[in-house]
Design a protein around this ligand. Structure first.
Ligand code: GLU
Length: 468
């Protein structure tokens, strides 16, 4: 299947939605798998609703997900002269005609049809006009076949057939001279030599009209694959009601792009029972024909599970780069001193499910506790706390231990010597170093903070405990 050309064609009327991102991903995978070309086309012909902020948000979302395009972004708004030429071409071929019916007339006829129990449809009144009525405003309509049917072999849904009598004579140019959506899509897909149109199944009904246009203009008809919708847990179409739907909102919630990509690829597509896919595996295994026919339900818990997996297995240096802005938002600046961020990341990879959880867990490394979890502290007698802090401060000041394992061994020996159980030492120490009891292994913390800073914090906790 060489020569594959696919496109993602968002309308810039909002942010990049997870559903759109999945469509983009399926197109991207199709191109990457077959050595084809992935095109980004911004469908901004609806001038009223399209905004440059939306364009930026879409590009940003695509870049964050790593869905790089080979051609584009192309903007439909730059193609108006091209569409005009093709409208004229259809008129010249007598495959399109001027229609002078006014909106009011059409509405009256529609109401009549409804009253008489007929399906409302353009009645073809201007199809055969022999005289053009001077300077009255007109739209241009496509002269669609009246009988027969139009079929296509959808790569996901199987064969779909529409009787042509159900398809109106589509307006291809409005009375203000602008081309309509279905017409622009066909011209662009044809001129861009798109071989596979992969898009949301809300476009199934547009497809027969588009196919008739391809045929009328003598263009080869591409293959179509209509991807089922994404639903919320209540089986309604995924919307803000169900939580975040914007790709960038997931970034801001501390998700990794590889987790979202992995989640989206499995939404409606499977490969045996494999859940975790590297990019390479995805490209090798993906097949558009294996996408399921029914809608998929968005499951935020599974997304979180995948994110935890990618945090656990991620490269600490890279994660540190992604984590830094989340720390900055919380008032910590690792570049101004304190442990290396990558070392901090290593101590938190096992437990953090998002970069936000990781940032919250990392904060104490850079900001010494200003207050302690008093409830946790109150579980120990004052005398015990003073003994623990004094002994640990003294031992750490003189030890040659440097690694987490060495610090853990030192603390274990101390417990044996003093007759303490490990939590009797570990918990007070965690409180001293992090303010609370939720923190990584104690040896790891000491190694990462360094013994000098550890001793400083233990002294501070000792002072605090002695004044309580
Ligand atoms: N611009 C359309 C949309 O955002 C997509 C059209 C297509 O893929 O053919 O839904």
């Amino acid at each position: 299947m060489s020569g594959i050309r696919v496109r993602f064609a968002p309308s810039p009327t909002g942010y990049l939605h997870v559903g759109g991102a999945r469509t983009a991903l399926f197109n991207w995978l199709m191109a990457r798998k077959h050595g084809g070309v992935f095109i980004l086309r911004i469908e901004d012909t609806d001038v009223e609703r399209s905004t440059s902020e939306s364009v930026d948000a879409i590009l940003q979302g695509m870049e964050w997900l790593g869905l790089d395009w080979d051609e584009g972004p192309f903007y439909q708004s730059a193609n108006f002269p091209l569409y005009k030429d093709y409208v004229q071409k259809l008129v010249d071929l007598d495959k399109a005609y001027r229609c002078y019916c006014t909106a009011d007339e059409l509405e009256a006829r529609r109401e009549l049809a409804m009253r008489e129990g007929r399906k409302p449809k353009y009645d073809g009144r201007c199809r055969t006009l022999t005289e053009q009525p001077g300077d009255r405003p007109f739209v241009v309509r496509f002269r669609a076949p009246q009988d027969g049917s139009t079929s296509f072999d959808d790569q996901i849904k199987g064969t779909i057939t529409f009787p042509n009598e159900e398809l109106d004579d589509l307006i291809i140019q409005r009375s203000d001279g602008t081309p309509t959506y279905n017409f622009c899509v066909v011209i662009d897909d044809a001129v861009m030599r798109i071989t596979h149109v992969i898009r949301g199944d809300d476009h199934v009904n547009n497809t027969p009209r588009q196919i008739l246009l391809y045929q009328a203009l003598g263009f080869p008809v591409p293959l179509f694959a209509h991807v089922p919708m994404i639903l919320g847990a209540d089986k309604a179409r995924l919307s803000k009601r169900h939580g975040a739907t914007s790709v960038i909102a997931y970034r801001d919630m501390g998700l990794l792009p590889e987790a979202l990509v992995n989640y989206l690829v499995r939404l409606g597509w499977s490969h045996g029972d494999q859940e975790i896919f590297s990019r390479e595996e995805m490209i090798a295994s993906f097949d558009i024909a294996q996408v399921g026919r029914s809608a998929s339900v968005f499951n935020p818990d599974k997304l979180l599970w995948l994110n935890a997996h990618y945090i656990k297995t991620g490269d600490p240096q890279r994660l540190a780069g992604l984590l830094a802005p989340f720390l900055a938002e919380r008032g910590a600046d690792p570049s101004a001193g304190g442990p290396q961020l990558a070392a901090v990341v290593k101590t938190l990879q096992e437990r953090a499910r998002t970069l936000i959880e990781m940032a919250e867990g990392a904060l104490f490394y850079y900001l010494a506790p200003e207050a302690y979890d008093e409830t946790a502290m109150a579980k120990f007698e004052k005398g015990h706390l003073l003994a623990v802090y004094a002994t640990v401060a003294e031992r750490l000041a003189t030890t040659s231990a440097r690694t987490a394992a060495e610090f853990d061994a030192l603390l274990k020996d101390l417990c044996a010597e003093k007759g303490w159980k490990m939590p009797q030492l570990g918990q007070p120490l965690r409180i001293a170093l992090s303010g609370g009891t939720q923190a990584p292994g104690i040896g790891e913390i000491i190694e990462t903070l360094g013994s000098a800073e550890t001793v400083r914090r233990v002294h501070r906790a000792l002072e605090h405990a002695s004044t309580c």
